[in-house]
Every structure is written in C-alpha cells, then in structure tokens.
Design a protein around this ligand. Structure first.
Ligand SMILES: [Zn+2]
Length: 113
C-alpha cells in the first residue's frame, strides 16, 4: 500500500517553477519522490529502495570517460611531416652557422652529419 509521508514545495527540474513534491512510501522497501509541476506539466519521479539488499556496488560503478575523440585521420602523418620540416630547417640553420663559424675561425673541426 502506498502512503504519502511528506508533501511540500520544490523547484520543477524542467522549468524551475515552484512545484509540488511528495514522498510516497511504497510498501516497506521502497520510497518514491515525485515532483508535479502545474506550470509545465512535468511529472518527475525517483524510486529508491530502502531495503538493505538494495546496495549493489556494481550499480555505482561508472565506466571511465571515453577519450575526447579519435584523432583526426591523417593528423599523425601531418605532425610527423611538420616535425620533419622543422628538423630540416633546424639542420639547415645549424649547417649555415657551422659554415660561418668555420669561415670565421678558419680552423674549426669539420661537422659531421
Ligand atoms: Zn515545470
């Protein structure tokens, strides 16, 4: 037998207007929470078991969040290509500097690549 054990005012979860809520005892092992909104007609409810066997740890397990998204196709190749370009540019700069230093000093050891 269902018995209303508490009534009051709450906010509607849909439109945030003032709404009626009540707790209803459903037999001896469950309680139902209802919000009935007169403004938008929303009928929100939750049912919770009050029985000690209601605790199921597996129901509390939340899977880890999925990765933010699969990498864009070809993104890795573009990154590698960009790094190769930077590396080539850095080598060119270093080679120029080595040439300048060699010219300036005349006696610099030969750079090996
Ligand atoms: Zn509402």
């Amino acid at each position: 037998m269902n018995v209303v054990v508490e009534r009051g005012l709450a906010r509607c979860p849909r439109c945030a207007a003032t709404a009626d809520y009540c707790f209803i005892e459903c037999g001896t092992e469950a309680i139902r929470y209802e919000i009935e909104c007169r403004s938008c007609g929303e009928l929100y409810f939750e049912e919770n078991s009050t029985s000690p066997t209601a605790f199921r740890p597996e129901s509390l397990w939340v899977p880890p969040p999925a990765p933010a998204g699969e990498p864009t196709p070809g993104a890795q190749e573009r990154v590698v290509a960009e790094l190769r370009r930077w590396w080539a540019a850095a080598l060119a700069v270093l080679s120029k500097l080595a040439e300048r230093a060699k010219t300036a000093c005349g006696s610099m050891p030969t750079w090996r690549r």
